[in-house]
Write a protein that binds this ligand. Sequence first.
Ligand code: MSP
Length: 506
Amino acid sequence: MKKYITTPIYYLNGLPHIGHAYTSILGDVMKKFETMRGNEVYYTTGTDEHGQKNQHSIEESGLSADEFLTRQSENFRNLFVDLGIDFDYFVRTSRPEHKKIVQEILQTIYDRGLIVKKSYEGLYCEGCEQFKKKSDLDENGCCPDHKKAPKAISEENYFFRLEPYRQWLIDYINTHPDWIQPAKYANEVLGMLKEPLDDLCISRPKSRVWLGVELPFDHDYVTYIWFDALVNYISTLNYGHNPDFEEIWANSHHLIAKDILKPHCIYWPIMLHALGVAPVRHYFIHGYWIGEGGVKMSKSLGNVVDPVEVIRLLGVDALRFYLIHNMTLGGDSQISIPMLKQGYKILANNIGNLQMRVLKMTQKSLDGKVPSADSLNDDDKKLVSGIADRFTRLFSQELSLEVISELADSVVKAGDAVNAYFAANEPWVLAKKPEQRERFEAVVYTTLECLRLIGLAMYPLTPASARKIEDSLGLAQVSFKADFTPFKLAAGTTVKVGDPLFPMVE
Ligand code: MSP
């Protein structure tokens, strides 16, 4: 059955940063993991192109809205392509097809009497694009996320009523324990649902904000952010015009960080419920990347990690691997250039060195040919089968954040085990003793075969390196399928030494 995986769509007033790169890489790792298991995946990521923040950036840029949005959106798209992210569709909410579906949905919900117009006075945080309650603010009366005092605004707007659906949502969460993962965030949502829910303001007067989708029932207003952005998840599937919508939606997975928990886990399921559409199948929620030492990344502290800079310094795969390997589930994780370099060393010393040493040995002492597996002893077989079993088990589990994190961990552990085996068996000593020829060949075969299995498992995480490993083992045409049947590397196959996977960096 086809799976549908989405990331948030990102505001494009600034450049893409490490947090955006992370969620979109994670979605790609999930897609590749699923594809290896033979499942078809439709994966989307993209940009959120409406709202006051984007509007201000357009006004400051001196460009037309279209020029600005296209240029900014391309920055995200190009970075994601450079990061090896294989999205099937790049969402842009400025596209007419999306706007049309937003309007259709608004009209349906309006016709059901669920949207009302009323006058509203409130404190508006532009950073969050949301009205705030006094209790949401810090001791200085500022938004805790944006450190700015919200503006007092009084205007007439349209509102969507959430409260009538609160109990339904509480019951849904309680009866679907794996809906919001990790469970910690389900509890957070339940906590938010303890108090009655305020009506959700879904419009802005055009006199204040012009960058949005015009309300179909009042041309003086636009909608943006949640009633616009969230709808991307179904407008992408051509909701309302696609007979296969239900089938793919039944297998949908939203990947988000904790910052947008409330809109995704409260507003969105209620919007869908009002429309008569089932909620998303799963939410996968991750924490935040913060600077080394636990401080927030900021330009003024000079600790912002720029993905483009990391690619230049360490390459795409090192960044992908670090992000997946080091994200603490259900918590925040630290990142800095020195930490990334440390992570790079793990890859270089563990997998990179092993690959180079065994290939050079095969080249030098075996004429570049994979030796026979005929004389493997029990320990050799146990090592290969153990790694094969571990990856087989891992790839047969249901998709989750835990499984993806376990995958990175298993690659490192398998690399450690093979390195320890290689060191203990000293094939470089065996190579010099003609009477140990069989043993030497067995050790080289075992190492090469383990490397093949590790390379295969690495594909979702580090696709370019996985390809290089398979290529170096004479398996250039390999398609990455989660078949970890051991001892498949054929004797006599010609290996290629090639360039190091993870060359030395300063
Ligand atoms: N446009 C809205 C989302 C609409 S989705 C229907 C938005 N955009 S955003 O640009 O602020 O992106 C927020 C998302 O970016 C987070 O949920 C997360 O996926 C990613 N991240 C942004 N900063 C991050 C970190 N520091 N760490 C990890 N992920 C982060 O909200």
